[in-house]
Design a protein around this ligand. Structure first.
Ligand code: 5GP
Ligand code: ZN
Length: 114
């Protein structure tokens, strides 16, 4: 846990953010500034600053994050599709340096993304 990291605090239940999913190692919650009708963030509870800091030992954790996304989109009825985004580093558009998987749905996605 990194004391000043907002996503660490959300994972620890220290904020009033509603958690849509919470297990020993993964938490999911709604994005504060949604970019689609459904916009959820899936994070590891452990502070991993970005995908670049993930290691071989984290392979199962990374896989489970995707399965949590799959589970939530099914639960929320996004049966027409959705998009997963993992911004990494400044040029990748990452602004919060606690790794998170964006789950976006509920509208037609465009390609290429901005
Ligand atoms: P990034 O730009 O790093 O890929 O995404 C960070 C995301 O976190 C942004 O979409 C932003 O709206 C969201 N965010 C930042 N601070 C908070 C917060 O305190 N609570 C929630 N729920 N989302 C946040
Ligand atoms: Zn953190």
């Amino acid at each position: 846990m990194t004391e000043h990291c907002i996503f660490c605090r959300i994972a620890q239940g220290e904020t009033d953010t509603e958690r849509l999913y919470a297990s020993d190692d993964i938490t999911a919650f709604r994005d504060l500034r949604p970019q689609a009708p459904t916009h959820i963030l899936v994070i590891p509870n452990r502070h991993i600053a970005s995908l670049d800091e993930a290691r071989e030992d984290d392979a199962a954790l990374l896989g489970r994050m995707m399965l949590v996304a799959q589970h939530l989109t099914a639960e929320l009825g996004l049966d027409r599709g959705y998009r997963l985004v993992l911004n990494t580093g400044a040029q990748g558009g990452q602004s919060v340096f606690h790794m998170h998987l964006h789950v976006l749905g509920g509208r037609q996605m465009q390609w290429p993304p901005g």
